[in-house]
Design a protein around this ligand. Structure first.
Ligand SMILES: [Zn+2]
Length: 241
């Protein structure tokens, strides 16, 4: 187990106000700010399949005792980005829960998503804050099965690939962190991490239109929406309010 990388968290205080893991609180506190991906999902389905394939290969290369044997995803105990929601950071898009091609709705049956969008987009206020460093945290305990770094991180008109971390939580469940800042990935394949551990910083690498985190959870490659609402029945996937 490695300690939190505190340096970045402390630096972030100067720009982002009180850096704490804040609850999404599902429907109550969610407000659309703007769409970063004007015409399509910011993580294309093809890229999701590619990273899933590599993650599966990495998982198979690890010793069984390095991986969780949990069969069910436990409620997520840490929000993946530092900052107060709706004050420092803003949720601008959720999982597309409409399977029909060319159509979409979010967990609230609203339009705050894009066709095939598989995760939650949480934006920061700009590149100045990206430069200072806004931390990205593991949402739950797990083992790193995907980590890549070294891609440009100031994209405003989309792009490909990017700086990405994937954490295996057992049972085919993986949490994903896309568009990370170049040079910020603080995890390597096979490393075990705990909820709240910093694994990178917010950036705008890959198919991105401004600095934000695309956070996604998949089971066997299929996106899962942790937010509960009228178009996503059942309990919230978040353990925090
Ligand atoms: Zn996204």
């Amino acid at each position: 187990m490695r300690p939190l990388t505190l340096r970045t968290v402390v630096i972030g205080l100067a720009s982002c106000g009180t850096i704490v893991a804040q609850s999404p609180n599902d429907a109550d506190r969610i407000r659309l700010r703007r769409h970063l991906s004007p015409s399509h999902a910011c993580v294309p389905v093809s890229l999701r399949h590619l990273v899933q394939t590599v993650a599966d290969q990495n998982r198979q290369s690890l010793r069984p005792d390095m991986l969780s044997s949990a069969g069910e995803l436990q409620p997520l105990t840490f929000y993946p980005i530092g900052g107060l929601l709706d004050a420092d950071v803003f949720n601008g898009g959720f999982v597309d829960l409409n399977p029909a091609p060319g159509k979409w709705f979010d967990f609230q049956c609203g339009p705050n998503t894009r066709d095939t969008h598989g995760g939650t987009d949480t934006e920061i206020r700009g590149f100045d804050e990206q430069a200072i460093g806004v931390p990205v945290f593991a949402v739950s305990d797990g083992t790193i099965v995907f980590a890549q770094d070294g891609f440009p991180d100031m994209n405003v008109n989309g792009g490909v690939d990017g700086n990405i971390v994937g954490i295996d939580h057992g049972g085919g469940w993986v949490s994903w962190y896309f568009h990370l800042k170049n040079g910020s990935v603080a995890a390597s394949v096979g490393e075990q991490v705990i909820a709240g551990q910093q694994i990178g910083q917010v950036g705008s690498s890959g198919n991105s239109f401004g600095p934000h985190l695309h956070f996604e959870v998949t089971q066997d490659g299929v996106p899962y929406e942790p937010f509960a609402g009228p178009c996503r029945e059942g309990d919230s996937g978040w353990a925090i309010d």
